[in-house]
Design a protein around this ligand. Structure first.
Ligand SMILES: [Zn+2]
Length: 256
């Protein structure tokens, strides 16, 4: 059976978590990196990973979408919790910038950057990998990550330009493929242009995917990411599974 790792899942947002985790195991998922979005979500992520040791690995973060709801106290509380838990987390994430108009309206670019700098400083200080959101902000996000001297970063669900992708890969950073690899042109191009040693698989569940047939994703849908990548690369599924699994184990230093 194929063995794959879902490197970016919002398990705290799944409605029926236990059945979803069982289904994932049946599909061949051997580990999940659960990312957090805000303080409450981070607390849930720690709880879920404690209940599923050696299967769910926690990453704690502060998603740019959350910044519109937070004052500096809220941000500091989130940062403090991440630092308290730092020794038991696999990564800091989900963090990043989002320049979608609706996001910028509530969380302007400068405050987004300021918060990201704090989170990256924490990652740098404790030598943690980062799971990066960079929608419509590819250049700025890459530059901040680079400036912070981050050693390991994955630009999740990457859809940016080839030029930025080249900079990301040259800096030694990775990208990850979601089930949108089945149909999303920019994402497909990025996957094609990324060498296998710089690629991870993810679901970003419970994101809704699909064009005609829309569905709410769960970790078992990582098989869609796997199959889409295999088709795009013209490489068999078991090779893609093995290589992306090895990449994930090394990147997050998973003990498995
Ligand atoms: Zn996400």
């Amino acid at each position: 059976m194929l063995k794959v790792i879902d490197t970016h899942a919002h398990l705290d947002e799944l409605e029926n978590l236990e059945p979803a985790l069982n289904k994932a195991k049946e599909a061949g998922v051997v580990a999940i990196v659960a990312v957090g979005s805000n303080h409450q979500s981070n607390q849930k992520v720690i709880g879920i990973s404690n209940s599923h040791p050696d299967f769910v690995y926690p990453a704690l973060g502060l998603h740019p979408w959350e910044l519109g709801n937070l004052d500096s106290n809220g941000i500091n509380l989130t940062l403090k919790f991440i630092e308290e838990e730092i020794s038991q987390i696999a990564a800091i994430g989900e963090i990043g910038l989002d320049y979608d108009k609706r996001v910028i309206k509530v969380a302007p670019k400068e405050p987004q950057k300021e918060t990201l700098r704090c989170l990256l400083a924490l990652a740098r200080q404790y030598a943690k990998p980062v799971s990066i959101h960079s929608r419509y902000s590819w250049i700025d996000t890459f530059e901040l990550v680079k400036e912070a001297n981050i050693e390991k970063a994955v630009f999740h669900w990457f859809t940016g330009f080839s030029s930025v992708l080249k900079d990301i890969l040259n800096a030694g950073y990775l990208i990850s493929a979601t089930p949108a690899a089945e149909y999303h042109e920019e994402h497909r191009r990025a996957i094609k242009e990324t060498p296998m040693d710089k690629l991870l698989l993810e679901t970003d569940c419970p994101v809704t995917y699909g064009r005609e047939n829309r569905y709410r994703s769960q970790p078992a849908d990582i098989i869609r990411s796997l199959k889409a990548v295999a088709a795009l690369k013209g490489i068999d599924e078991s090779t893609i599974a093995r290589q992306t699994r090895d990449n994930a184990i090394e990147f997050f230093r998973l003990n498995m």
